[in-house]
Design a protein around this ligand. Structure first.
Ligand code: C2E
Ligand code: CA
Ligand code: CA
Length: 567
């Protein structure tokens, strides 16, 4: 007797045969050792294989069946990337068919009629063992530097625990080093490797007393799957102390993210969450540990929803472009000079979603281009529509995100827009945030030069939020500076902030470009900015961003002022 037969295994076996008697006999042989599901023809079998693909350990497949025969099933499974690792044992009474089935990729065969129960059981067990073993070997094995598992092996193992050891609740823990690349750059790779080794030792010491497995994914990214701990801070401190003692260099800081076990969440997702939590530690000087919580979960669900819904939103025109005016305040009365296009999402269930919620999300997954292209087109169309309706061209600026900057078709796209709507290049202005300039200065300067060469005007957005030096600024081709809102917010209360506004205006004079102040909400703010010499004002004081139909009265009034001046 094979020892493991005494245990009822949690593995799942699918028995496929059109004859009820055959299904029953096989079921009786195997039911004490495996969970069994049944199908009575090929079509049904394929559906079940798809449905249970993550749980199935083996399929016992009759070859001759009505509707869809076993050969066809075999063929479909073998040619499907997701299914092809599930082993199939064919059931047959015919020698020739056996051979053909083995050639087609069956793992083994059992002959009918079913007599030797012991043999059938042993075959099934052997095939399951071999197949699991092969999957493990394929994913080999240990990271030479730390002795922990490699990423593939780790997940292979973790998935197995998840599938078969249902009662075993495990938390996901991710561990990183702050600024590991600088640790390497400053002290040499050898030193960096030693630090990684020390962390590996620390994790192994922890796992000596606690159930779990661990891996180094790559670089400084460590992952631990372990039974839930009451005090993760203690674990982090222990490993941190080891690093401090052995490295003799102060200032190597570890950070940890934890995603607590949750029913039905697979290891890959759980580690995504731990990684997200760990990412939130960055820049937090007080705590180096973050536990994935309900709030992060709600945010994750919302993000998933927005990501899934974006295509529909574009098709169903749920995305709305709002417009906010910019006024020239050096005239009396102030004159409407242009507008900024700002996206809104009118979601059927969530209501009006603000860009602050989805722009950073879509910037991180690349979908921002979809949004931006939509907005640019819509803005260009709107400029043309208003020109038609009111006989004036009101320039509109659109936002470029840092992702757009790397799009090789960007210039062509913008060019074809102005062409399609018959616009002057100056009518479609482009806002680029200062931090995008500072992140890839050379590439930006080249791109902006090419765009300006075509006649587009560039506004540097959120100026004062990035870190461009005066040297950089003087080589940066721009047409307008938009002062970051934080300067305006406190000018009335804070003399220091008002002085900073003066500095921005000085820089603009030095660069010979006009300044837009955004976020202007009160008359007092407006007057101070106007006196300091600020040219253009955008903010709630004049108008919130509004849908086009609410913007039109502003154009009408502007025409009125124009007429009165001429009269
Ligand atoms: P931003 O480009 O700096 O846009 C200015 C933001 O300030 C807008 O927020 C606007 O509604 C808000 N604002 C304007 N006046 C005032 C005021 O007086 N007081 C206050 N408190 N806020 C004011 P919004 O529309 O929520 O957009 C937020 C950010 O989302 C924008 O910042 C921009 O970075 C991004 N964004 C918006 N639309 C797009 C788009 O079509 N494409 C891209 N890539 N980003 C966009
Ligand atoms: Ca902007
Ligand atoms: Ca801005």
């Amino acid at each position: 007797m094979i020892k493991s037969k005494q245990l009822k295994k949690p593995q799942l076996v699918l028995i496929v045969d059109d004859q009820e008697i055959n299904r029953d006999v096989l079921g009786m042989i195997l039911e004490d050792y495996y969970d069994i599901i049944y199908a009575s023809n090929g079509r049904e079998a394929l559906q079940m294989i798809e449905e249970y693909r993550d749980k199935l350990s083996v399929v016992l497949l009759d070859l001759i069946m009505p509707e869809m025969d076993g050969f066809k099933v075999l063929d479909c499974v073998r040619n499907d990337e997701l299914l092809k690792s599930i082993p199939i044992i064919v059931l047959t009474a015919e020698r020739n068919a056996e051979l053909r089935a083995l050639e087609m990729g069956a793992a083994d065969f059992i002959t009918k009629p079913f007599d030797m129960h012991e043999i059938i059981l042993a075959r099934v067990e052997r095939i399951i063992e071999l197949s699991e073993g092969r999957q493990l070997i394929q994913a080999a094995e240990h990271d030479p530097l730390t002795g922990l598992y490699t990423r593939n092996f780790f997940f292979e193992y973790a998935n197995r625990i998840y599938r078969y050891q249902q009662g075993w609740h495990m938390d996901a823990v991710v561990l990183n080093i702050d600024h590991f690349h600088s640790v390497n750059a400053l002290n040499g790779r050898e030193f960096g490797d030693r630090v990684l080794g020390i962390i590996g030792d620390g994790i192994r010491a922890f796992l000596a007393d606690s159930n779990g497995i661990a891996s180094r994914f790559e670089g400084d990214r460590f992952a631990i799957l372990c039974e839930p701990q009451t005090d993760y801070q203690a674990l982090l401190d222990k490993i941190q102390t080891r690093v401090n003692e052995a490295s003799h260099i102060a200032g190597i800081r570890l950070r940890m993210g934890v995603a607590p076990w949750r029913e039905g969440v697979d290891p890959v997702t759980l580690f995504d969450r731990a990684r997200a939590a760990c990412g939130m530690v960055r820049g937090n000087y007080k705590s180096h540990l973050m536990i994935y919580d309900e709030e992060m979960y709600r945010r994750e669900l919302l993000n998933q929803r927005l990501v899934n819904d974006l295509v529909r939103a574009v098709e169903e025109r749920e995305l709305k472009v709002f417009y906010q005016p910019k006024y020239n305040v050096q005239c009396d009365p102030p004159r409407l000079s242009s507008a900024e296009a700002l996206i809104r999402w009118n979601h059927p269930e969530l209501g009006l979603v603000s860009p602050g919620t989805f722009i950073p999300l879509f910037e991180s997954n690349g979908q921002i281009s979809t949004v931006d292209h939509y907005v640019w087109n819509e803005a260009a169309r709107q400029i043309a529509e208003w020109r038609e309706k009111f006989g004036v061209t009101l320039p509109v600026s659109v936002n470029l995100s840092r992702v757009d900057v790397f799009d090789p078709s960007l210039e062509e796209r913008l060019e074809s827009l102005v062409e399609r709507y018959g616009l002057d290049h100056k009518a479609l202005k482009l806002e680029v945030t200062e931090s995008a300039y500072t992140e890839n200065a050379e590439q930006m300067i080249e791109l902006i030069n090419r765009l300006r060469g075509r006649g587009f005007e560039i506004e540097m957005d959120d100026f004062g939020s990035g870190y461009s030096s005066l040297n950089m600024l003087s080589s940066m081709p721009i047409d307008v500076l938009k002062m970051d809102m934080k300067f305006v917010r406190n000018i009335v209360q804070s003399e220091k902030d008002f002085r900073l506004v003066g500095v921005v205006l000085d820089i603009a004079r030095y660069l010979k470009v006009p300044v837009v102040a955004e976020g202007v909400e009160t008359e007092e703010q407006l007057n101070m900015l106007k006196e300091a010499g600020c040219d253009l004002i955008q903010g709630y004081y004049f108008s919130r961003p509004v849908p086009p139909e609410e913007f039109e009265p502003l154009i009408v009034r502007e025409k009125q002022i124009e007429r009165e001046k001429q009269a």
